[in-house]
Write a protein of this length. Structure first.
Length: 356
């Protein structure tokens, strides 16, 4: 190969590398929306062909044989499982806005592990005052409050939310919140003493120091993963001590996750060639160790920008300015400003209320 040809080839290689780097950098958008960090970065070291969509949940369980409730902080879902391990129903939920296992009252975290349903309350007349200008919010919990026995934390439960836009995000003060209609469907399946399994997530593990998580940028630089501010899909490297488990009778994918205070997603990543749905006694399953995984982001409930233009809401018989404000991420004062002709007395069912 002549000197000129070699020079041309070298220049072409350099240009190609610079083009690839610039394209990857263009995908790395560092922007802030309402205080929530959003990263739409795509890693060139991640094989897109290996990325698969979440499997559809098959709900073929027997409602008459409801066994326990499974709440996944990783997937933001609540499922009822029957005695045969089949799913009876599966609903999207919102859990504690702060990552990690609950430690103290008011830390805005959801407890983890094997818990129990302590009591079932008719909450139709219940309300809540968060201490802000929106005041007391009537019918804040839906028709039911399913209290969870999680000592020393006595205020944790499963209930509805008047902020349906928060479902599927980390937005609650520690409780498990779901749509009011789904709560009404769930309640007949629940009984006092029923087991509740709340599964952790990789982000929650990182927040508690149970593992260290870093992510890779296009130049392969590793940075510490900030679990409190991160949102968006990103390739992450998880570091933790190696622990292997010898399968015993009765062990399942889920029971191992709960026993070792880890997530099923972590165990799956550590055992890519193991049939975790059909464990064999005596087999070795790695339950802790280093691995890489693609994490899907969860945007904060207030991270979505307004669509623009006026927005309206039709009042119901339980609405107040405060309740409408909470539902639409606003304040009672702002609702009053947008509707100067309205007063608490004239806010009746069917009233068209401007909220944006």
């Amino acid at each position: 190969m002549s000197r000129d040809v070699r020079c041309c080839v070298s220049v072409a290689i350099v240009l190609a590398a610079l083009t690839m780097a610039s394209e990857c950098y263009a995908f790395s958008l560092w922007r802030y929306g309402y205080g929530v960090y959003v990263d739409t970065y795509r890693s060139i070291v991640f094989d897109e062909s290996a990325k698969t969509d979440n499997a559809q949940v098959v709900c073929d369980g027997d409602p008459a044989k409801a066994d326990f409730i499974l709440i996944s902080k990783e997937c933001q879902t609540l499922s009822v499982i029957d005695t045969h391990g089949r799913t009876i129903c599966c609903y999207p939920v919102s859990v504690g806005r702060n990552y990690g296992n609950k430690q103290i009252p008011g830390d805005l975290r959801t407890p983890e592990g094997e818990l129990l349903i302590a009591s079932i309350h008719d909450a139709q007349l219940w309300g809540y005052d968060s201490g802000n200008e929106n005041g007391y919010i009537q019918k804040n919990y839906g028709n039911w409050f399913l209290r969870i026995y999680a000592p020393p934390h006595w205020g944790i439960g499963i209930h509805a939310t008047i902020r349906p836009h928060t479902i599927g995000t980390r937005a609650s003060e520690g409780c498990i919140c779901l749509d009011s209609d789904n709560l009404d469907k769930l309640q007949p399946l629940v009984r006092v003493g029923m087991k509740v399994v709340i599964e952790t997530s990789i982000r929650d593990m990182a927040a508690d120091g149970r593992c260290l998580v870093t992510y890779r940028r296009f130049d392969n630089e590793c940075c510490v993963f900030d679990v409190q501010r991160y949102a968006g899909a990103l390739q992450c490297d998880v570091y933790q001590d190696i622990i292997d488990h010898v399968v015993k009778p009765g062990d399942t994918h889920l029971s191992l996750a709960v026993e070792y205070n880890t997530s099923r997603k972590s165990i799956e990543a550590l055992n890519p060639f193991v049939d975790l749905d059909n464990l064999v006694v005596g087999d070795i399953v790695r339950v802790s160790g280093p691995f890489s995984v693609m994490l899907d982001g969860v945007y904060g409930w207030n991270a979505k920008p307004d669509s623009g233009g006026p927005q309206y809401y039709i009042a119901t018989d339980v609405d107040t300015f405060g309740r409408i404000a909470v539902m639409h991420r606003s304040s009672a004062t702002r609702i009053q400003e947008l509707n100067p002709e309205l007063t608490p007395e004239t806010l009746v069912p069917g009233t068209r209320v401007r909220v944006k």
